[in-house]
Design a protein around this ligand. Structure first.
Ligand code: NAD
Length: 251
C-alpha cells in the first residue's frame, strides 16, 4: 500500500485501460478520482468499489477540464489516458473527428498537466503517466488523427520530463500495442470498410498481425506498469516511452 495518502486522477477511467490503472493504483492505497462517460449505474458501482470521486467532464472542452482540475483536489498522480479513435482515409477524414481526436488525445493532457503541476512542484513529488500507443512510435494507414496525436503526446511527455527533472516529478508514456477494450472492438467495422475485409481478417491480419506475440495486451498489464512508475525505484525513469506491444515496434 505504498500509495496511501496519494491522490490519483485517471482520465478515461470508466472503461478499458484507464479502469485497470485506477484499480491498480487503488490496490496500492491511492485515493482515486475517476473520469469518463458510461452507464450511471455502472459508474455508481465503480465509485463504490474504488471509494472514488467521479467527474464526467468532457475533456475535449477546455472549460470542463479546468472545472474538473479545480474541483478534484491536489493531484499527486496524473494519468492522462482518455482517448478515442476514428479510422478513415485522410481525404475522407471528417474534420470534426480530427478536431476531437487532437483535443482529447493530445490537448487534454496539456491542460491537465499545466493545471496539476504547480501542486506537484510545491510538494516535490509527482507522477505523470500518459497513455500513448505503439502509434506514438510508428504509423498505420487510415489513422491520421490518432497517429498525429499520439506522436504529439510522446513529444509532450519528453518536454515536460525535462522541465520538471529536478522537481521530484517524473513524466513518462506507456505505449501499448493492441489491448482488447471497447476502443479496439469499435474500430473493427470501419476497418472492415476501409480495407474491404471480414471481422476475422481484421482481427488476425490487421490487429494481431502487428503484434509478434499474437496476443492482445491485457488492461491489467498496463495497470502494473503504471504502479511501477509510481514507485521510488522508478524516480529516475523520466521522459521514457515504455512499449508494451508484444514486439510490434521492435520490427
Ligand atoms: P476505452 O474506449 O475502453 O476507454 C476510453 C475512456 O475514455 C472511457 O472511460 C471513456 O468514457 C473516456 N472518454 C472518451 N471520450 C471522452 C471525453 N471526451 N472526455 C472524457 N473521457 C472520455 O479505450 P481504451 O482502449 O481503454 O483506451 C484508453 C487509452 O489507451 C486511449 O488513450 C487509447 O488511445 C490508448 N490505447 C489503447 C490501445 C488499445 O489497443 N485499446 C492501444 C494503445 C493505446
Amino acid at each position: 500500500m505504498f500509495l496511501t495518502g496519494k491522490r490519483a486522477l485517471v482520465t478515461g477511467s470508466t472503461s478499458g485501460i484507464g479502469l485497470a490503472v485506477a484499480r491498480a493504483l487503488h490496490a496500492e492505497g491511492a485515493d482515486v478520482v475517476l473520469n469518463g462517460f458510461g452507464d450511471a449505474d455502472e459508474i455508481a458501482a465503480l465509485k463504490d468499489e474504488l471509494y472514488a470521486d467521479h467527474w464526467d467532464s468532457d475533456l475535449t472542452d477546455v472549460a470542463a477540464i479546468e472545472a474538473m482540475m479545480a474541483g478534484a483536489g491536489e493531484i499527486d498522480i496524473l494519468v492522462n489516458n482518455a482517448g478515442m479513435q476514428h479510422v478513415a482515409p485522410i481525404d475522407e477524414f471528417p474534420v470534426d473527428k480530427w478536431d476531437k481526436i487532437i483535443a482529447l488525445n493530445l490537448s487534454a493532457a496539456f491542460h491537465t498537466i499545466r493545471l496539476a503541476l504547480p501542486a506537484m512542484k510545491e510538494k516535490g513529488w509527482g507522477r505523470i503517466i500518459n497513455t500513448a500507443s505503439a502509434h506514438s512510435l510508428v504509423a498505420s494507414p487510415f489513422k491520421s488523427a490518432y497517429v498525429a496525436a499520439k506522436h504529439g503526446i510522446a513529444g509532450l511527455t519528453k518536454t515536460v520530463a525535462l522541465e520538471v527533472a529536478e522537481k521530484g516529478v517524473t513524466v513518462n508514456a506507456i505505449s501499448p500495442g493492441y489491448v482488447w477494450t471497447p476502443l479496439v472492438e469499435n474500430q473493427i467495422p470501419d476497418t472492415m470498410k476501409a480495407r474491404g475485409m471480414s471481422r476475422e481478417q481484421v482481427i488476425n491480419d490487421v490487429l494481431l498481425a502487428k503484434q509478434p506475440t499474437k496476443d492482445f495486451v491485457q488492461p491489467e498489464d498496463i495497470g502494473a506498469m503504471a504502479v511501477f512508475l509510481c514507485r521510488d525505484e522508478a524516480r529516475n525513469v523520466n521522459g521514457a516511452n515504455w512499449s508494451i506491444d508484444g514486439g510490434w515496434t521492435a520490427d
